[in-house]
Design a protein. Structure first.
Length: 240
């Protein structure tokens, strides 16, 4: 959902670049300058420069910024280790932590007037979901080899005609579960805030929804991370 005025769109128009205002872009440049793309870069730049400014180099005696990141990253690492094991954590923690931080900031940035959440676009959430979905199959094949097919056929051979379609549908539904849930919740937040800002024209009327939006932003980021951990763990487990 786009706000009536988007900060990056104004900058792009001043620079003479095309800006996509409709649902469909007409050329590659318009795809590249679509709001969900430009605000993805904004979120990435924010995370990069925030980490550089608050931490800089690793010190033996940490300052406030380093203490903050040690608490966040250390707590996140412990959470992953407890839920999917040390081996998977060491291999995929950087990816999962990056997704978690990106989604959280991307969800929150839409609360600023003139900004939008990249996760309010299905393109963004679907891309994240597909990465997780492909990787969890990679983990399964790597851990079990050709025996990975047993995850889809059930415990008894004569149940295969029933279990195989159910398991396949359930597995493909994970893409929908990861992408549409995140997109739908953030899209609803963006839409409601845009309507309230246009109707009320002040901060106080949308304030309760903004507070709820903060809670939704954190919860949806945590749900995405938790489901990613669950899918990775299930792919590693032996089929029953």
């Amino acid at each position: 959902m786009e706000h009536p005025i988007l900060f990056t769109s104004l900058l792009l128009e001043k620079a003479g670049l095309p800006v996509t205002h409709g649902a469909v872009a007409e050329n590659f440049i318009e795809y590249f300058t679509a709001p969900y793309m430009t605000y993805t870069w904004v979120v990435m730049a924010f995370l990069f420069f925030t980490a550089k400014l608050t931490m800089g180099s690793i010190e033996l005696i940490p300052g406030n910024g380093q203490n903050f990141w040690e608490i966040v990253v250390g707590g996140f690492h412990d959470f992953c280790s407890e839920n999917m094991g040390q081996k998977l954590t060491e291999q995929f923690f950087p990816l999962i932590a990056t997704f978690g931080l990106f989604i959280m900031v991307a969800n929150l940035v839409g609360l600023i007037p003139g900004f939008m959440s990249p996760t309010a676009s299905l393109n963004t959430t679907l891309a994240l979901a597909l990465i997780v979905w492909i990787l969890h199959h990679y983990i399964g094949i790597r851990e079990h080899g050709w025996r990975y097919y047993k995850h889809f056929i059930g415990p008894i051979w004569w149940l295969i005609p029933l279990m195989l379609p159910i398991e396949l549908i359930s597995n493909f539904a994970r893409i929908v579960s990861l992408s549409v849930r995140l997109f739908g919740n953030i899209m609803a937040k963006e839409t409601l805030l845009a309507i309230l800002f246009m109707l009320a024209g002040s901060w106080f009327a949308p304030l309760p929804i903004m507070l709820l939006g903060v809670l939704v932003s954190f919860v949806q980021a945590m749900v995405f991370v938790l489901l990613t951990i669950v899918y990775f763990s299930q792919a590693k487990e032996h089929a029953h």
